[in-house]
Design a protein around this ligand. Structure first.
Ligand SMILES: [Zn+2]
Length: 208
């Protein structure tokens, strides 16, 4: 998975909130001109060198586009999970607690999609670890209170959730999709693209 660098105030390169490319970003101050001319110190303008579109920053926070700041959802995610992910990304800055609640729900749906029973997320994740999900993902989900002793029920609003919690959950959903859906699919494609006679040989070796 390519590393994702979220848009960050005054950083000269990051993944563009419009085109998604990791690209150089040009920052400018903003000014107003009416009867007088002045500098709007708290507002900054940033332009992506790749797609030429801009983002607007107020008090060091990106206020436009509202959907930016989060990596695109993994393409192999089921549609309903992808929809939750995208909705959460549009409200991240305005309502990080709402975004986090939605993302916990999305993780539960993803577990069901991956053949788990859905209700007890702790149990589901444990089973996914047996199927190959790295233990580190399990530990990370513990830290963001998806599983573990201080788990927050999926969809429930937790007063202590913030942008940082939500940002971690976006990354975790994509990691789970990458490991449990995308990578097995790519290995299958690679295997099936082998010449037929070699496939027969491999199956004989494996006693199939
Ligand atoms: Zn761009």
């Amino acid at each position: 998975m390519t590393p994702y660098t979220p848009p960050t105030f005054k950083k000269t390169a990051f993944n563009c909130p419009h085109c998604g490319a990791y690209a150089n970003q040009f920052w400018s101050d903003t000014f107003f001109q009416g009867n007088s001319f002045g500098h709007i110190v708290e507002l900054h303008y940033c332009r992506c060198i790749h797609c030429k579109q801009y983002s607007l920053w107020h008090l060091e926070k990106m206020i436009y586009p509202s959907t930016g700041g989060v990596a695109s959802p993994n393409n192999d995610l089921p549609e309903d999970v992808k929809a939750d992910y995208e909705e959460a990304s549009t409200i991240l800055n305005q309502s990080p607690r709402g975004a986090t609640a939605l993302l916990r729900l999305a993780i539960q749906k993803l577990c069901i999609h991956l053949g788990q029973k859905g209700k007890n997320i702790k149990e589901n994740i444990k089973n996914l670890v047996v199927k190959g999900l790295p233990v580190k993902v399990q530990q990370s989900l513990d830290i963001v209170r998806v599983i573990g002793n201080n788990a927050v029920h999926p969809g429930q609003i937790d007063l202590t959730d913030n942008v940082e919690t939500a940002s971690k959950l976006f990354v975790l959903i994509n990691i789970i999709a990458e490991v449990m859906i995308t990578q097995p699919k790519e290995v299958d494609n690679l295997f099936n693209s082998l010449p037929a006679n070699q496939l027969v040989g491999i199956k004989q070796r494996d006693g199939k």
